[in-house]
Write a protein of this length. Structure first.
Lengths: 163, 788
């Protein structure tokens, strides 16, 4: 057993866990945040994507012990109270989800992508960057639309803030 | 159209919980004292179990119990059933081998469960499952379809001679022979419809809870049809009578058919909860899903189409062998028969059709309905044949189709179906225009200059959905009726709950069903809640599959709304001293037509519940239920055009454009409909280009049993799609709707393959048209060109 302390969505969570516990199991089974999903066990589908110290990781591939002392943001920590993150809002507006299972990972990947590209994205780049997230419902069409729309909103917001 | 009524692009009510991580899927459920199940699964494709030793597993830490098929049988848990009786052409019933939830004597596919461990944690359960010792007697595996039906091949079930489950036919073979005898041209094709794994992103899961106090069972499960699950688990598996079993399908992360069926794991979790005294949860890992979710498709077919000298279709002959895997899954028998051969008239007038289908056992995972179920296979046969014929006859594929389209309705095909309405020319024209079909030649030349091979292909599909008229399917062997039920409950303050037997696992029912109520009662959709997926809340229902929730499920709501409106009008007429016939309901108000007399909707609702002033003899309350049984299937149809560019150096196929023009009748929410089409196309493109189940033919191991090996379509494999709709109203249901859930997967594979074969000038490629296969044929094409 290992004692692990991870700051999840701003709250320090300390647990004694089996050494083999994965970050996704820590979040789902120990902290009780079930928005992060497991879809494949082989780091392919991306349903488990969270942010660790601000960077997107597949939480099925990170040991909880390896995340000790880090800051983790999950899908539950993305909105500010009732105010949705622009990526969440864009997924809703553009019908970027159907069954919702891949959605948390998609949104967390998209937020990270927009940050890395500073919002300067085109369709080809979005499709290339989403390669690590599988959706079986939408055919990606509306997900791509949502990510592009969110990137534009966020860039617009950034420009406004700068001006 | 109101802002939230029928036809409006309303953002979805259900989205908020999914985008904020508050969705509640089966694996998110926790109950006090819950422990975990792990299944011990066969590592062999075919073997006899000489003995099972569970003693070491039972001694492992945290283990509550290790249970085998022997105990399951001793407790009277029944074998799995197949719910649709198909008879061979000689009149004998299908030959079904026994399918126990936990194998006792023989295992017949890799992954078949033979024991279950229940332990305090998932890891402990899995560790203990590894410690079960089995003395196996390995048997030869029968994998290849043609080999399976060869005389002398090892027989997998004592019931099925030569491994044939049924040898069935539809249509008129003599009439087809006569048609072929006078043909000016015959097009022949041998086709493989590749086996697919449905791959809903949420793996299957079950949580079984036995309550010793009330002797009740509760099952949370990843199901598209919880009421059918309860019925089958009660009536056939003898776990508990229906009144002692509650089945809840909460948020379900995609189904595509694979979550229709009642699987061994769900039955075993319920039974094991009573045996071990703890709530038992099981969640499949992805490889378990690959091995044990029912697969789809897997046909080999020889087909011939006869034409007269004027290029009119005279006849069609189809001979199909369908792989059923090791056992008959719940609706497997209906898929390559009444969901397949009945669509072999396509969009065309074909005077004589004959189809023969043999269903065959192999040592592979069971095969059943997957998005489209039979109709993609039929469409692939038809649209590959027509496109090939056009090339052989030297005529344009569009013109050959036009010449043979059904143009008068209703149209009785030679294969059971009566097409009720359609305009195939309209969708063909819409698709050709959207694709700039006329400009293709120019684009091909331009691509050639860049060293690329460009091709275009079309597919004009028709499908039958809105499954289905109960008496009709009953006469064809179905074990259930396929109506749907609904209840509309108006609350005293005027808000509304709709209880539906349909189940949403991505289809957006919480929004679209509310739009229907909003249209009828003039209420905002936020005042309308849709309740589904719980047998304790909803009286009954047949669930969601076969693109039935609009045409059938919403029609049941429509009927219940008729009754609610009728009663509300009676109450309003009484309160306003007006004639019932003059009452109108709109915009949240109840008015007397042609006057300024009106009441807010809430007054009528409240009046119904206070009962202070109701018409004489009227019962209080405002709540009505309805069952709706459709009179016919609905027949969505459309035209898909795919344009590809192939790099002959790498074999990479790029889909440069994909156009869909669909006729779904009346649309409730076009945004949702488009989403369904996008997703269907992606699965169809996946089938055409990349998805394949590879079994090792010697060992029967599924080599493609994870996302490292089975190629799922990713965002960068697909383009954005150009989708549009045309409209002919379906006369068979009150809303004029046709189903839209499966069309994309049905229509797209032949469009893609027709485009690739056009680009390569070679008709031989099989699905999936992987880069390797395309590269080999592209090399040939390049050499051919060089020689010319």
């Amino acid at each position: 057993m290992t004692k692990v302390t991870i700051t999840v969505n701003g709250r320090a969570e300390s647990r004694e866990v089996e050494d083999r516990t994965l970050l996704v199991q820590f979040l789902r089974d120990h902290v009780g945040l079930t928005g992060t999903h497991v879809g494949c066990d082989t780091s392919q589908c991306g349903a488990c994507v969270v942010h660790m110290d601000g960077v997107a990781v597949k939480s099925c591939t990170v040991l909880a012990a390896a995340a000790d002392g880090t800051q983790v943001t999950t899908i539950e920590g993305l909105a500010k109270g009732d105010e949705l993150h622009p990526v969440q809002a864009a997924f809703r507006e553009h019908h970027g989800l159907q069954c919702g299972f891949c959605t948390p990972g998609m949104i967390m990947s998209a937020v990270d992508m927009i940050r890395r590209y500073d919002g300067k994205l085109d369709e080809k780049t979005v499709r290339y960057e989403l390669e690590g997230n599988i959706c079986r419902c939408t055919g990606y069409h509306n997900i791509v639309k949502a990510v592009l729309a969110a990137a534009e909103t966020m860039q617009g917001g950034a420009k406004k803030a700068a001006a | 159209m109101g802002v939230e009524g029928i036809g409006a692009r309303v953002a979805r009510k259900e989205d908020k919980r999914f985008i904020t991580g508050k969705g509640r899927y089966t694996d998110d459920m926790k109950v006090p004292g819950m422990h975990y199940a792990a299944f011990a699964r066969s590592p062999h494709a075919h073997a006899r179990i000489r003995s099972i030793d569970t003693s070491a597993a039972k001694a492992m830490p945290g283990v509550d119990g290790v249970l085998t098929g022997t105990e399951l049988a001793a407790d009277g848990i029944g074998n799995l059933i197949c719910g649709w009786m198909i008879k061979s052409k000689d009149g004998t019933p299908m030959k079904m081998g026994a399918f126990p939830a936990l194998a006792r004597e023989t295992v017949r596919f890799v992954g078949q469960p033979y024991a279950v461990v229940v332990a305090a944690t998932q890891a402990q359960a899995r560790d203990a499952a590894e410690a079960i010792v089995v003395d196996w007697e390995e048997l030869p595996a029968v994998i290849d379809l043609n080999y399976a039906i060869k005389k002398g091949t090892l027989q997998l079930h004592p019931e099925a001679e030569n491994n044939v489950i049924y040898d069935w036919e539809l249509g008129d073979s003599k009439a087809a022979d006569v048609a072929f005898a006078k043909a000016a041209h015959v097009t022949k094709l041998d086709l493989v419809n590749n086996r697919l794994v449905p791959n809903a992103m949420e793996p299957r899961a079950a949580l079984g809870v036995y309550d010793t106090g009330d002797e009740n069972y509760t099952l949370w499960t990843t199901s598209q049809n919880p009421h059918v699950a309860r019925l089958v688990i009660s009536a056939f598996y003898n776990v508990a009578p229906e009144n002692k079993l509650r089945v809840i399908a909460p948020d379900v992360g995609g189904g595509f058919g694979s979550k229709i069926f009642i699987y061994p794991e769900e039955i075993v979790c319920l039974w094991a909860s009573k045996k071990t005294g703890v709530p038992v949860k099981w969640v499949a890992d992805r490889t378990e899903a690959f091995l044990t979710d029912a697969h789809g498709r897997d046909h080999i077919t020889h087909a011939e189409m006869a034409f007269d000298a004027d290029n009119k279709m005279l006849g069609l002959k189809v001979d199909t062998i369908a792989n059923f895997g090791a056992y008959m899954s719940l609706f497997s028998s209906s898929v390559p028969t009444y969901l397949y051969a009945t669509l072999l008239s396509g969009q065309y007038v074909i005077p004589a059709i004959h189809a023969n289908v043999r269903a065959v056992y192999t040592n592979t995972s069971p095969v059943d309905a997957y998005r489209g179920a039979g109709r993609p296979e039929a469409t692939f046969v038809m649209e590959r044949l027509v496109e090939t014929a056009a090339r052989e006859l030297g005529v344009s594929p569009a013109e050959l189709r036009r010449k043979n389209f059904v143009r008068t309705f209703p149209y009785q095909t030679p294969v059971i179906m009566t097409y009720d309405a359609g305009d195939y020319e309209a969708s063909l024209n819409a698709a050709m225009q959207a694709a700039d079909y006329a400009g293709f030649g120019q684009r091909k030349l331009e691509a050639e200059k860049r060293g690329k091979l460009r091709g275009i292909g079309m597919s004009c599909y028709i499908e039958a959905c809105g499954i289905a008229p109960s008496a009709a399917v009953g006469s064809l062997g179905a074990g259930v009726g396929l109506w749907e039920s609904a209840e509309v409950r108006v609350n005293p303050i005027g808000t509304v709950e709709v209880l539906t037997g349909s189940h949403s696992h991505g289809q957006s029912h919480e929004t679209t069903f509310a739009q229907l109520v909003s249209q009828r009662l003039g209420l905002p959709i936020e005042n309308i809640s849709i309740v589904h997926g719980d047998t304790d809340k909803v009286q009954f229902g047949m669930g969601t599959y076969g693109s039935r929730s609009g045409a059938v499920g919403m029609s049941a709501i429509f009927k219940a709304l008729d009754k609610v409106e009728a009663k509300a009008k009676k109450i309003a007429a009484h309160l306003m001293e007006a004639s019932e016939g003059d009452i109108e309901i709109s915009n949240g108000e109840v008015r007397v037509a042609g006057t300024d007399k009106k009441l807010p909707w809430v007054s009528v609702a409240l009046g119904a519940y206070t009962g202070h002033n109701l018409p004489a003899g009227m019962e209080p309350g405002l709540k009505e239920g309805a069952f709706y049984d459709p009179t016919n299937f609905t027949f969505p149809a459309g035209c898909y055009i795919c344009e590809v560019e192939i790099d002959p150096q790498t074999g990479h196929t790029e889909i440069v454009q994909f156009v869909a023009a669909d006729d779904f009748g009346k649309l409730i929410n076009p945004m949702v409909v488009e989403g369904q089409v996008h997703g269907g196309i992606a699965q169809g493109v996946g089938q055409a280009l990349m998805e394949a189940c590879h079994y090792d033919t010697e060992t029967g191991q599924l080599i493609t049993a994870s996302y490292n090996d089975y190629t799922m379509p990713r965002a960068d494999d697909l383009p954005s799609f150009k989708v549009s709709t045309t409209e002919t109203i379906c006369p068979g249901n009150p809303l004029g709707m046709k189903g839209c859930g499966e069309a994309g997967a049905i229509g797209s594979p032949p469009a893609v393959i027709n485009a690739i074969t056009d680009a390569l000038g070679d008709n031989s490629i099989t699905m999936p048209a992987t880069a390797e296969k395309v590269w080999r044929l592209a090399q040939k094409a390049t050499m051919r060109q060089a020689a010319e």
